[in-house]
Design a protein around this ligand. Sequence first.
Ligand code: HEC
Ligand code: HEC
Length: 239
Amino acid sequence: MRGTVALFALLSLLLAVGCESMPGRPLESERPVRPKDVTSFDVLWDTNCQGCHGAAGTLGAARPLNDPLYLAWASDMSQRLVIQQGVAGTLMPAFSDSHGGNLTDKQVGIIIDEMRHRWAKADKFRGMTLPAYAAQLGDAGRGAQVYQEFCASCHGADGTGGKAHGSIVDPAYLALVSNQALRSSVVVGRSDLGMPGFMDAVAGKIMSAQQIADVVAWLAGHRVEFPGQPYADKEKKNG
Ligand code: HEC
Ligand code: HEC
C-alpha cells in the first residue's frame, strides 16, 4: 500500500516536471501575452499610437509627442484625459477600456510615464514660465493682427499658405481638429515639420498668453458650418 502511494507520488512529480520540458512546449517567455497584460512601452506605442503620432513619436499625421516643449507644457493629467477619453469630433480615439478602448488605465499610465522618461527634457525648461495648457478663446479681431505679426511671414497674408506652406484656414482641416489642437500648434509648434513654437515664431519676440488666445480665436473663427461641401452654394442657387 505504502509502495503504491510512493509510486503514485513519484509519477505525479515526474509528470509535473516532465510537462515543463515536453518537446514543442513554448517557454514562459515565448508564450503570447494577453493584450491587457502587455507592459512593454514599445509594443503599446507601436500597436496603438505610432500609426498617427509617428514611429518614436514623430513625423506622423498627428502632432509629435516626443517634443520636449510639448512634454514640459502638457501635464500628465491633461495627456491622461485625452488618451483615456479621446477627443470628440477628431481622429484621436478613446483608448481606455472604460471608454470603449482596449487599454487598461495601467497601460495608459505606462505610456505617459515612458513618454516623459524617454523624451522630456525637464531641465531645459526649468524656471521658465510657459502659457497654460488650456485657455478660453481670445478675441478673433485682435487675433488677426497677431496673425500678421507672428504668422503671415510663413502662412501668407490670409492663412491660405503660399508656395512653401499649405492653408491653415482650410475649412476641412479646421473641421478635423479641436481648438486645443490649434492651441498646441501655436504654443509648441510642429518641430517635425519646421513650425516654430510661441517663443520662436519671430526671433526675439515671445508671444504673450493673450496673443496666443487671440490668434487661436482667429484660426477657429474660420470654421464654417458645412465643411467639405464646396457645392453647397451652387445647390442652393439651383434648388
Ligand atoms: C487615429 C489616429 C490617432 C491615434 C491612433 C492616436 N492618436 Fe493621439 N491624437 C490624434 C489626433 C488627430 C489628435 C489631435 C486631436 C485634437 O484635434 O485635439 C491627437 C491628440 C493626442 C494628444 C493631445 C495632444 C495635444 O494637443 O495636447 C495626446 C497626448 C495623444 N494624442 C496621445 C496619443 C497616444 C498616447 C496614442 C496611443 C495610445 C494616440 N494618441 C493614438 C490622433 C491619433
Ligand atoms: C517659420 C515659419 C512659420 C511660422 C512663423 C509659423 N508657422 Fe505655422 N507652420 C509652419 C510649417 C512649416 C507648418 C507645417 C505645415 C506646412 O508646411 O504647411 C506649419 C503648420 C501650422 C499649422 C498646422 C499644424 C498641424 O498640426 O497640422 C497651424 C495651425 C499653424 N502652422 C499655425 C500657425 C500660427 C497661428 C502661426 C503664428 C502664431 C504660425 N503657424 C507661424 C511654419 C510656420
